[in-house]
Structure formats: C-alpha cells, structure tokens
Design a protein. Sequence first.
Length: 411
Amino acid sequence: MSWMTWKGDCNSPGFTIKLDSMSGLREAYCKCSPVSTIINRTASSLSNGKWWIVDEKNNDSSKRYKNISDLIKKPNPLQTRTEFIIQTDTYRSLYGITHVYAVVPEGFSSVSDATALWPINPERIEPIFKKDIIYFAQSIEDIIEKYVITINGSTIDVNPRHILTIRDSFGDISYLNRNKNTSRIGGLHYEIRNIIQAQEAIYSLNKDRGAQGIITNKTKDASGNVPFSPIEKEKIQSDYQRKYGLNEYQSKVIITDSDLGWLPLSFNVRDLMLYEGIKQNIESVSDALNYPFELLANQKGTTFANRSEAIKYLYQDNVIPTSRIYEEKFTEFLDLENAVISIDFSDVEYLKEAEKEKAEALLKMNQALQIPYKLKVITKEEYRVLLDMDEKPKGTTYYTEENGNKVTGQS
C-alpha cells in the first residue's frame, strides 16, 4: 500500500500522505515531528565536520585551489558553509536524493570556476534524459541532455556537468529520475501514520479531555422526558465548546435556565497505550534513518554513558560514512587534480574521547608485545601486523634511543 488516508478528529480536516511521491515525503517531514527531528539532527551532525582540500600526502592545498576553498567557505550569497551542508543533507535524507547547482559564468566550462553553489530541492529539478539504459554511458552527458530547474514559475536549463547529484546509499543507481528514487522512509507508511494519529489523539485529550460526559434534558411533560430538538442540541454543544473550559478566558460555571442533567463518562487514558505505540513506531523510524533511538527524548530517559556511546555510534556508523560520499562526489564535481576534499571530525568532543581510548589501547598493546618480541617469540613483521600495520614500514627513518635524534637509513 503506497498511500495512506485518515481523518483527524478534534475539528481537524482529513489529509492524505503518499510516501512514494516527493510531495508526500515533504508532508511526512512537516507533520511527523520524529521524522523531521532525526533528519535535522543528522544533517547538523554532518555539518560539524571541517572541510579541507588536501593532496595525496594529506597536506593542506587550499591556497593552490583558492577559488574552490573560498566557494566551500561561502557557497552562495545567502548561506554559510554550515547552512549549505545542513540544507543539502536534509534533502538527501528526506527524498533519498539531493542536487547542488554550480553557477558557472559564461565563457567558462569547469565547475572549478563557479561563482556559487546552490542546494536545489529535488521537487524543483527535472532531468531530461537521452537514454533509458545508463550502463553503457561514458559520461553524464551521455545520459542526461540537461536539467530543468523550476522556481516561482520560471525555468532555467542547466548543463548536466554543472549539477551535482548525491543519492542516498539505499537508492537504486539506475533510477536517475527523481520520482523513482528511493527514500529511506518510503516504506514507513503505517509507522508514520500511527505516530501522527497518536500525536493528534494526545493533543485532543489535552485540549478537550475527550468525551467527558453526556448532557441530557430533564424537562418532562405528560408523556415523560422531552428530548432536545436538533437546533437545541447544536446550540448547547456550540455554547459549551466556545464559552466553557480551562482557559483563562473561558467560564468555569455554567448558568442556564434549562433543566439539564449530566451523565459523566470515564475511562483510563493509559488503556489507549498512546505513548507505548508512539515509542515503537519512532524506533522503526530511527532504525530506517540509522539514528540512535537513545538520543531522542523518551519516558525512561538515557544515562550519560549510554548517550555518549549513542553519539559515537551516530558518527561512526552514519555521519562519517555519509561524509565519505560527499568527499568523493565533491572531489569529482569540483574538478580537483591531485587533490581531494577531506571532511574531518576530529574536533567533535565525543570522538576525541574515542581517540583517547584508542591511544590507550595502542599503548597497552605495545607494552604487551614487547615481551614476546624481545624474547624472539615474534618477529618485527609479526609485531607490526598485530598493531594493525603493514609488515614493511614506509621509508627508512627511525628514532634512535642513544641520542634522541632521527637518523635516516637505520633499520
């Protein structure tokens, strides 16, 4: 079932969400707060990485590529680098695909000469294809004739070389059409529906406390109780909802000349299992978007240790692998020669702790290996392998214990 429809109560209109369409995914983002929260936090975490242009020896090459370096720092007149990354990755997580438009001046062809980089909402861009089968293409121009961007009713045609397309790793590479790309939340029809319905029910209970009782007419005539007419029922209902309640501008006491009766209704709200149902469905959304559920607010709460581990997991299993895609894509897109884009997360506090633990583990491993190495139980090559290093070192420069200096050519 690729669509879902339900009607809200509490005077809210019914609505439909189609998670197999761009507009439906946007609706899910706007109406299901856990979806938007997870996507926004993941994008913000990705923006914590520092972008560098480095050569093959990992040396800073930003001066050599000054135009590109400046472009990364300030992609366009309206956004900083952080804002640009957050918006770009929000599109990727939500739609399963994102685009970046490089504005290249007339007379130039390389993206390295671009004056601005703009994140493009996938709903606003359409590829015009040359081929239906992409596997025999040698370049993007063999597949796509042009991109058409539509903004405020106006369209512009863009050279395919000036559009960077980044797909979520779960999308089908053969589906270049934006309408066929796969979003991670595309299969969460029921989960997202359940969350929205439960949130609406909680809002209704907080606002109106549900059906609290029945107002009856106690007026009698010769034949017994006199029922309300439809007009009387509508007036009483309207007056009750408008005039009486817990808000400061509403009356707390009903004054009427009618002879009314009250039949209270009661039920245990916990029997609805609203919070438990929301929790299970939010966990499904978290799993689909590879986001630790422990980082979301929940009834049981999360210890500091668990939260720290969850943040490390978020970076190591989600953010950093995603950043590798950005590194590769932007390196190719920006026409860098003998240099690459590198995204560094070493300044993230929680990852510093992980590096400290790694260094302590390396120290203990070295201390443990000293004994079998000195007793000639293992060779130097085996020693290096156990330290997760290559058997043969690169270069011939070693530290000497005698004078504390570095000498070359010693083995």
